[in-house]
Design a binder for this molecule. Structure first.
Ligand code: 8YV
Length: 310
């Protein structure tokens, strides 16, 4: 990745890049970052209080993500460090990914593709490998912000799905435009044919999709997670699928990431797993980087960030 070097150099910023094919440990980050004024975090490195406290010059943290569960915002606020993220620019790409997963699971696409590789073309004709229709079914959204809304629009337009959602507040636009209805979690679980997560991961909702919750879903339901792997308990999800408490699952996020190649989810019917590609189109990643650099430069110059979290 180019990291927008030209723009950064033009802005007179002295840049050091630490590029790894994994997230760095907090200790490694402290060792690297002690002298920096600004941090552009491309990836999911955990930015905790110890790191921030160990970097006395740090003025701004610019995230290359809309999610910010990997940053201690309270510590940043206390230490006077500005934090920006990249909302808006990745809304469509992420909603597209959720929509892709819903359809792929509903048609058992990844499993049947694997069957071709096993020289088992005829698996597509076996009744247990048939798909299910989405038309007229109910989409339940857990956390209806802009990405959830964009997905709901797609599901309404293409499959005329009913939209229900569980959220702290009402989303009036979604209610007016799509007839969406806000419900308690119990109703979301009981009524939805597809449940898709579009919330921010917090300590309160970490692991919320567990055995007990999967058992409250319809046996014909599809579980979709493009938000964060931390929302679901992976072992409970595997068991829920094996015991047929739910019908299928589509994941763009796993816990941990990367997922190991021997994970049973990768070969199960009605399951589609992607390697966290929600925002990974050329156009979206370019827009994210532009915005993240805007935020970095603004923060280094003591100006308000374009998209400031704190
Ligand atoms: C990743 C994401 O940030 O925006 C988010 O919250 O999870 C993704 O867009 C991206 O893959 C990291 O570069």
């Amino acid at each position: 990745m180019d990291f927008g070097m030209e723009r950064l150099h033009k802005a007179g910023i002295d840049v050091t890049v630490w590029e790894e094919d994994r997230n760095l440990t907090p200790e490694e980050l402290v060792a690297h970052c002690q002298k920096v004024d600004g941090l552009l975090n491309v990836g999911m490195n955990q930015l905790n209080r110890e790191l921030m406290a160990a970097c006395p010059n740090l003025k701004v943290i610019s995230l290359h993500s809309v999610g910010y569960d990997h940053v201690d915002l309270e510590a940043a606020k206390e230490l006077g460090i500005k934090v920006g993220n990249t909302p808006g620019v990745l809304t469509n790409a992420t909603a597209d990914t959720a929509f892709l997963l819903i359809q792929s699971v509903a048609r058992n696409a990844f499993y049947l593709n694997h069957q071709i590789l096993e020289d088992n073309w005829k698996a597509s004709q076996e009744i247990e490998n048939f798909g299910i229709e989405l038309r007229g079914k109910t989409l339940g959204i857990f956390g209806l912000g802009s990405i959830g809304f964009a997905l709901a629009k797609r599901c309404k337009a293409v499959f005329d799905m009913e939209i229900i959602y569980h959220n702290r507040g009402n989303n009036e636009e979604a209610e007016k435009l799509l007839g969406a209805r806000r419900v308690e979690l119990e109703e979301l679980l009981a009524e939805s044919d597809v449940i898709s997560i579009h919330a921010n991961l917090t300590t309160e909702n970490t692991g919320i999709f567990n055995d007990e919750v999967f058992q409250q879903m319809k046996q014909s339901a599809i579980f979709i997670n493009t938000a964060r792997g931390g929302f679901h308990n992976e072992l409970d999800l595997i068991l829920a699928l094996q015991k047929k408490h739910i019908w299928g699952a589509g994941l763009d996020v796993t816990n941990p990431e990367p997922m190991h190649a021997d994970n049973p989810l990768l070969t199960m019917p009605h399951v589609c797993v992607l390697p966290h590609i929600g925002s990974a189109t050329l156009e979206t990643r370019t827009a994210m980087l532009d915005l993240a650099i805007d935020n970095l430069i603004a923060g280094l110059n003591g100006k308000p960030l374009k998209t400031e979290l704190i």
